[in-house]
Design a protein around this ligand. Structure first.
Ligand SMILES: C[S@@+](CC[C@H](N)C(=O)[O-])C[C@H]1O[C@@H](n2cnc3c(N)ncnc32)[C@H](O)[C@@H]1O
Length: 291
């Protein structure tokens, strides 16, 4: 079902609906569906409810979540729903270069299911000219802002330094083959530089590829195996603090990466696969994770 918007609704084999981009020919949450994937990757794995509780006990500051690739807002809304019992202040900062998937998804809210109770909030977010709003979410207040624009470019611009520093980053771009600009080493280096070293931040994402993991390590993150999602038997979690990575990649992984035909990060927005360069290998070996 397409509405001429560039997106269509697809019914997955598991019976739930998801959004599909006609231009990219990719389904947003292709196997287990939007809610199950978001719960596995961004709620349970990050122990986000426990983290928010611990944060709210110690501090009245906002708990900051970056949502990279807002898309149809399944990740953002699943996380908000999971957190709503915790009295706290939430700042949700979403990034996308288009609001259209959200507009499309809202017009199919009943089939998608996950908007349940958030239709008004999502509708306001689409309609307000600055795509920003403050609203009550159960026990908490949420400030939600969408930054529309090219994410890799935004990270290089000085206003990015004014963005609130995240505690968690939900990283959900299209696949590297379709969307290489969102998976380059310069992008993750810029992202890492924007973090506050004194604020532990976790970045889970759905890929477990060696290229991605090398990229995250060379950008400065600690990197570990992430939970299965039902679609993938393993995903990836990165963080600027070692304690947020419970299953860090080890020397066995490092040895496999050295021998892999597909491990060198993409240095520019062109998809290609190559073994590790000598320079990358040297830098990887020096990473504190492997000391
Ligand atoms: C897989 S979809 C995200 C799905 C979304 N997280 C959800 O829960 O519905 C990937 C998103 O990344 C966005 N995107 C792709 N390239 C981008 C770029 N260069 N800058 C900003 N957003 C981008 C796309 O517009 C798309 O909405």
């Amino acid at each position: 079902m397409s509405s001429g918007s560039g997106y269509k609704l697809v019914k997955l084999a598991c019976g739930v609906h998801s959004v599909h981009s006609l231009a990219e020919r990719e389904t947003f949450h292709p196997v287990i569906g939007p809610v199950a994937e978001a719960e596995a990757l961004y709620v349970k794995q990050v122990r986000i409810v426990e983290r928010l509780r611990a944060h709210a006990k110690k501090s009245r500051e906002e708990f900051v979540i970056w949502d990279v690739g807002l898309g149809a807002a399944a990740n953002a809304l699943t996380v908000l729903r999971a957190l709503r019992e915790v009295p706290a202040q939430i700042r949700l900062v979403s990034f996308d270069h288009t609001i259209e998937p959200l507009r499309f998804a809202l017009s199919h809210a009943a089939q998608l299911g996950y908007f349940d109770g958030y239709e008004t909030v999502a509708g306001q977010l689409v309609q307000t000219c600055d795509h920003a709003l403050t609203f009550p979410n159960g026990e908490q207040t949420v400030r939600w802002q969408v930054h529309l624009g090219d994410f890799p470019a935004l990270l290089t611009q000085s206003p990015a330094r004014e963005l609130p520093k995240p505690h968690v980053i939900l990283f959900d771009a299209y696949s590297p083959a379709k969307n290489p600009a969102m998976w380059t080493l310069p992008l993750f280096m810029n992202l890492f530089r924007l973090l506050d070293p004194s604020r532990p931040c976790a970045l889970p994402t759905y890929s477990r590829s060696t290229i991605l993991r090398v990229t995250l390590l060379l950008a400065g993150f600690f990197v570990g195996a992430g939970h299965a999602t039902g679609e993938k038997e393993e995903t990836t979690i990165a963080a600027n603090a070692r304690e947020l990575v419970t299953e860090p990649l080890d020397l066995v992984w490092l040895d496999r990466a050295r021998r892999s035909h597909s491990a060198e990060p993409m240095h520019e927005a062109v998809y290609r696969q190559a073994p590790l360069s000598e320079e990358s290998w040297e830098r990887l070996r020096q990473h504190p994770q492997f000391k």
